[in-house]
Design a protein. Structure first.
Lengths: 775, 159
């Protein structure tokens, strides 16, 4: 199929407004009579609150109100209502809000917060799920079994286990009996932060007419709206949520994060808007953090490399609330097979309460944590088998006719991991390694295949409102959040292709406002292009059909004889019989003024087809397509320092169809860089008593341009996806999945040491090099 | 207590009453409503707030407002002329360096200071400057490409 606009480097519609600083992010919004909030965070990660003295703070200049959580009677959460807007009588993590000051200026609020005095009675602190699971551990939520939650989520009474997800496929014991070789390992993906450069923020305004108006740096306005309505006892229609421009997301601006806390505070000053924007420290500790997943893995195989069984146990240090972490862990658990078919699986994920900030979505949503384990193990297993690691993988790749852990039989349209792997192999491994070592460096190359499953909900639609204007230009309004990924460009290109008009004639929405925007579940899971694109095509088809209906009347022919070309509708065998689109957009008006037909504006939506909940075996359908890929790197390790230099990073994904080559490259270069950060530098660290060690950019080692790979090679395979727009699949999260294992496999290739956890800092590498020398 | 400082912002003279603790970013964003300058961290390490003061790139989040007397400040709002973009802005857009856009104003200003001082800056000079700017979206490839394109465009404009 030939495309006119899809596959081209159409310019971003929002670039100029961003480059001039004109776009408004949450902190740029100023409202009349706006107040500002600042929060007190606890001195302990786990403690009873004995008393709070706010008297000194109340006397400070500019202070309007000091708020505590004492009277707070509600919990919130989308999956499990285990979140409190503010600590009531106990603090459970170091970033939790304990009290707030509302003042005329943010500075006044910050000064007054320091005057609040709190007496605590410390409790034992658990940072790691393994400690929280110990027999005598204090329960972080004693009443967890009573929390309101979705069906299927079961806290284990008397323990800190917030949920246990088990997936069974085949007979794992039989699978291990059939195995001729068994390998085991344990891998850790520690806490980190999405760290968008724009921190979280929200404004909440309780109006005199009992409605609530919210502005938030969120990617899920409709979920925030429903949660607000439910907590504050209002019809959903009485809550209005605005989403201004978003300065990056990478996961942690999904779900309800800070909004209920700001609402709790603002409820004490009804009639005035209250704004809060996180400091970087608060953004790192008081919103959502990433990962915290430990994977124990055991693989059985035949001597010829045929995989027979997989047992994984994932321990999730999910933080003091599980609401936002549960699906990350479920995804991580059922995706722990990676891109391989295992006939027999027993996969288990335990979400465990810990005294750390709640874990939530982080680009990759569970995929990188357990596939880090799988891809390292593939190399280790190949070594044990004395087999070429590519041949081992090749033998076991998922593909058409093969069945995932969830019991889904794959089609050709689910993509081709073999082609991706071959592409990457050809670029990196077909040539002989130039050098293993010289005076200054060790050299290594490593590979990882990957699989990305979708993660949604059965009802998770995206909608499109499409309006033809009088001059034939088109306005498109949707609920998808542009976070920098380039969603607006994709909307423009897909719409242009579907409507056969130039992208310049299509204006894409900017802000989201639940009062005007069509409903969308939330913009997560790399699903906007595929689902949103499908909604656009459906809306476009409806609009064209509607114009044809009017044209049929006007031209006095049957509808099915008409052809639409973007500018006109004409009779298929005689194009001279035609009517211009501009004459149809508001119905057709005859010379005498009589008008027939409808205004051309349509709505359409697209959900995850056939998505189902997990059955008793933990299996089900994910409802939308899988995506496969492969990544590899060539690196150098400096002998004197242990420092790793990524000379070349290669990625290939089967994306079905590239919509915009420049943008998709930007997604991959950015994702790879982010995951290099996770692999080599980034970790959000806590002391044993739960205090944060590095909650600032100067200490949290965020990668800079000097850490970028010398070169990135990026290729795409295009096996069309049936339901995607023009064959396209998602790409947003995929680039982070294979990075850690590719690098750590390359490190083994360079120095013969198997590392099982990240970040692999130069200190750790240097220590290993010294250990090698000592041997 | 308050004092008044007089300085120019984007060519226009301002007299602003300030508090001793206030930083340039507070003055720009909260007193002059120039919200194009962004705040991204607490500790002068992200570069989102960079503006140009007397020709030098400065992190406005640590620049004390009381030092502004007589200075010439250039912010992102002063870079475009009406609706015509500065070549640095054009270049970053063309290279695909603008994703979420939050780090971009700081990067535009830093490149402006660098390339105005030295249009022949080497790649190392550019890298050294950009190393002070955090970006989570791009992986930096497009930013470096944009910076080099900006240099070309500015050199061409000078003739």
């Amino acid at each position: 199929m030939e495309f006119k606009y899809v596959g081209k480097n159409i310019a971003r519609p929002d670039a100029a407004a961003k480059a001039t600083g004109r776009v408004q992010f949450i902190d740029d919004i100023r409202l009349p009579r706006m107040l500002h909030a600042a929060f007190l965070r606890p001195e302990y990660a786990h403690a009873m609150i004995v008393s709070i003295d706010t008297s000194e703070a109340e006397k400070c200049e500019g202070v309007v109100k000091v708020v505590t959580g004492k009277e707070c009677a509600f919990r919130y959460g989308e999956n499990m209502k285990d979140r409190l807007p503010m600590a009531v009588d106990r603090v459970r993590w170091i970033g939790e809000p304990v009290a707030a000051v509302i003042a005329e200026s943010a500075y006044q609020a910050q000064l007054a917060v320091k005057k609040i005095k709190v007496a605590y009675e410390p409790l034992p602190v658990y940072i790691d799920a393994r400690d929280a699971l110990k027999k005598d551990a204090v329960l972080i939520h004693e009443d967890a079994p009573n929390f309101v939650r979705l069906p299927g989520m079961e806290p284990v009474p008397g323990t800190n286990i917030a949920n246990r997800y088990t997936l069974k496929k085949g007979d794992v014991e039989k699978g291990f009996r059939e195995a001729e070789i068994v390998v085991e390992g344990e891998f850790n993906y520690p806490f980190s932060s999405c760290s968008a450069i724009e921190p979280h923020g929200a404004i909440v305004w309780f109006h005199e007419d009992k409605t609530i108006e919210v502005w938030s740096s969120s990617i899920c306005p409709f979920i925030v709206r429903e949660d607000m309505a439910s907590v504050w006892g209002l019809p959903v229609s009485d809550v209005r949520v605005h989403i201004p421009e978003l300065g990056g997301c990478f996961g942690y601006k999904s779900d309800v994060t800070i909004e209920q806390t700001v609402a709790w505070v603002a409820s004490f000053v009804p009639g005035r808007p209250v704004k809060w924007v996180a400091t970087r420290q608060e953004d790192l500790l008081s919103t959502l953090i990433g990962h915290g997943i430990r994977t124990m893995i055991k693989i059985g195989a035949k001597k010829d490399g045929t995989l027979t069984a997989l047992k994984t146990t994932l321990l999730h240090s999910t933080g003091a609330s599980m609401d936002t972490g549960i699906h990350v862990l479920i995804a991580s658990t059922h995706n722990s097979t990676g891109a391989y078919e295992f006939p027999n699986c027993h996969l288990e994920g335990l979400s465990v309460y810990t005294n750390t900030p709640p874990v939530g979505a982080y680009r990759g949503y569970g995929h990188q944590e357990s596939q880090f384990a799988m891809e390292r193990m593939m190399d280790i297993l190949a070594r044990k088998l004395g087999m070429d690691p590519f041949a081992l993988r090749e033998k076991n790749y998922l593909g058409p006719g093969r069945v995932t852990s969830l019991g889904e039989r794959l089609w050709e349209s689910n993509g081709d991991v073999r082609k991706c792997a071959k592409t990457v192999q050809k670029i990196v491994f077909d040539k002989k390694k130039k050098l293993s070592e010289d005076d200054n460096y060790y050299y290594g190359r490593g590979f990882a295949a990957l699989m990305k499953s979708p993660k949604g909900a059965s009802f998770s639609s995206k909608s499109c409102y499409l309006k033809f204007n009088s001059d034939g230009s088109v306005s498109i309004n949707m609920g998808g959040a542009e976070v920098g990924q380039g969603l607006r460009t994709v909307v423009r290109q897909v719409a242009a292709e579907a409507l056969k008009i130039s992208p310049e004639r299509i204006r894409v929405y900017t802000e989201i406002d639940t009062q005007f925007s069509p409903w969308e579940w939330q913009t997560i899971g790399s699903m906007f292009t595929i689902q949103g694109g499908r909604a656009i095509i459906r809306a476009a088809e409806k609009a064209i059909a509607q114009m044809k209906r009017t044209a049929a009347q006007v031209l006095r022919v049957d509808e099915d004889r008409l052809v639409y070309d973007g500018d006109s509708i004409y009779l298929n065998h005689d194009p001279s019989v035609r009517v211009a689109v501009t004459k149809l957009t508001r119905g057709y008006t005859y010379d005498d003024g009589v008008t027939v037909g409808d205004v051309v504006h349509t709505t359409a939506d697209a959900r995850l087809p056939r998505q189902s909940n997990p059955d008793a075996c933990g299996q089900g359908t994910m409802g939308i397509t899988y995506t496969f890929g492969a990544q590899a790197c060539e690196l150098r390790i400096e002998k004197a320092t242990g420092k790793i230099f990524i000379d070349h990073f290669v990625s290939c994904f089967d994306v079905g169809k590239v919509i915009n080559p420049r943008q998709i490259r930007g997604q991959v270069t950015g994702g790879v860089m982010m995951a290099i950060g996770s692999t080599l530098h980034e970790e959000l660290k806590f002391t044993p008593d739960g205090k944060a060690i590095n909650p600032h950019f100067s200490k949290y080692r965020f990668p800079t341009i000097l850490d970028a790979p010398k070169k990135q090679t990026i290729e795409f395979v295009e096996t069309p996806e049936h339901i995607g727009p023009f064959g396209a699949r998602g790409i947003g999260e995929h680039p982070v999945i294979g990075v850690a294992p590719a690098i750590l496999n390359a490190v083994y290739d360079a120095i013969g040491v198997d590392f099982c956890e990240i970040p692999l800092t130069k200190e750790k590498v240097l220590k290993a090099l010294e250990g090698k020398k000592a041997r | 207590m308050g004092q008044t400082v007089s300085f120019t912002v984007n060519g226009s003279r301002k007299s602003v009453e300030i508090e001793g603790w206030e930083k340039l970013i507070d003055v720009l964003r909260d007193k002059l409503n120039l919200t194009g300058t962004k705040r991204g961290c607490d500790d002068a390490s992200c570069g989102a707030c960079v503006v140009v003061v007397d020709g030098e790139a400065m992190r406005s989040c640590v620049y004390l407002a009381k030092k502004l007397e007589g200075k010439q400040v250039l912010t992102i709002e002063g870079m475009s002329n009406g609706t015509t973009l500065h070549p640095i802005q054009e270049a970053l857009i063309e290279a695909g360096a603008v994703q979420c856009g939050y780090c971009i104003p700081g990067i535009v200003m830093a490149l402006y200071a660098l390339l105005t001082k030295n249009i022949a800056a080497t790649e190392e000079d550019i890298l050294e400057e950009l190393a002070h700017h955090l970006c989570r979206c791009t992986g930096y490839e497009a930013i470096l490409e944009g910076a080099k394109l900006a240099q070309k465009k500015m050199a061409a404009a000078r003739g």
